[in-house]
Design a protein around this ligand. Structure first.
Ligand code: GTP
Ligand code: MG
Ligand code: ZN
Length: 308
């Protein structure tokens, strides 16, 4: 039988068969994997083949992992050089961000967007907790809307507390598999509870964001959307480590830079202080947003620091 992995907790996986039946499944022996070093061989969203385990109820053994269309990974929390696959076979990834309680920085948003570009997964940005925003936060939201909108990213806003802005985002999720990520406490699980009736995933208690960055969700889990599509809840992340990223490739993951790269005088231009740099020129004449260039520079620096 064939199924899709909905949840992975250590060595056991919950796999949903085409009929809708959920199986507890595990790996026995060795199965062939992609040529990547990963601490979790099977991820949420993986399509697998499995056989019923004789004598056990609703238990199966996974015999094959189908090739992944794409996947998103993070540095493994346990082993720095290893990757941890968060989820596979995605149509898009959604960054849930907040300007208050907690604050999501532009640097974090830009790292997320670079990761999405690297994995060729379209990205959306959704700002939550609009009910808490003061005038200066709303001005910041408008700045983000125009800056990211100009580059081609969809930016939406909502308040789960006030129940506003949900129609727009649900129409974006319909019939797609979406990975949702963002800092702890931005409301990822609350959002999924709001769009999937009868679901009661654990969320941070009503006292709300405590500032301690406690993680309420501790592993990735996929849910079916009642209007079609799937959504994957993930644990909050503090920072977005970018793995396997070369300095010379970075500007290719900024869409507004990508289209100008051919115009730089040197084809290995890092756009710092090389002569004839089209990117620096575009920043100077306002075609490229200066704050985005600052993010580019900061990420470039962070790549340089890692020497392995
Ligand atoms: N004021 C306000 N609070 C909200 C809103 N949406 C969610 N919250 C609160 O924010 C807190 C965090 O919500 P969670 O859904 O647990 O956050 P999470 O992103 O899943 O966090 P982790 O699982 O730790 O990554 C909860 O107390 C929610 O009630 C909103 O629109 N406005
Ligand atoms: Mg959560
Ligand atoms: Zn250049």
């Amino acid at each position: 039988m064939q199924g899709i992995v909905y949840r992975s907790t250590g060595s056991w996986y919950q796999v949903k068969e085409a009929s809708g039946q959920m199986w507890n499944a595990r790996i026995k022996g060795v199965i062939k994997l992609d040529d990547i070093t990963s601490t979790n061989p099977i991820a949420v969203g993986d399509v697998v083949d499995m056989e019923e385990e004789p004598g056990e109820e609703q238990t199966a053994v996974i015999s094959k992992i189908h090739d992944r269309r794409n996947y998103i990974n993070r540095q493994s929390p346990r082993a720095k050089h290893h990757q941890h696959i968060v989820a596979a076979n995605l149509d898009q990834c959604l960054l849930l961000a907040t300007i208050r309680e907690p604050r999501t920085s532009q640097g974090f948003i830009d790292r997320f967007l670079v990761a999405a570009e690297m994995y060729h997964v379209p990205a959306l940005i959704l700002f939550n907790k609009l009910d808490l925003y003061k005038d200066k936060d709303l001005a910041q939201l408008e700045r983000f809307r125009s800056m990211y909108g100009d580059i081609g990213y969809t930016v939406l806003g909502m308040s789960l507390r006030k129940n506003t802005g949900l129609e727009e985002i649900t129409s974006q999720l319909k019939d797609k598999t979406t990975l949702i990520s963002g800092h702890s406490g931005v409301g990822k699980s609350t959002f999924i509870n709001a769009i999937v009736p009868h679901l009661r995933i654990r969320t941070q208690d009503v006292s709300g964001w405590s500032g301690k960055g406690l993680h309420t969700t501790t592993f990735a889990e996929m849910f079916d959307l009642p209007f079609g599509g799937k959504i994957i809840d993930t644990p909050g992340m503090r920072e977005f480590g970018l793995i396997n990223l070369e300095r010379t490739e970075l500007s290719g993951y900024f869409p507004e830079m990508r289209k100008l790269l051919n115009e730089c005088q040197f084809n290995n231009c890092l756009h710092i202080n090389e002569p004839g740099c089209a990117i620096k020129e575009a920043v100077a004449n306002g075609e490229i947003n200066e704050d985005r260039y600052v993010s580019y520079y900061n990420i470039l620096e962070s790549i340089a620091e890692k020497k392995w």
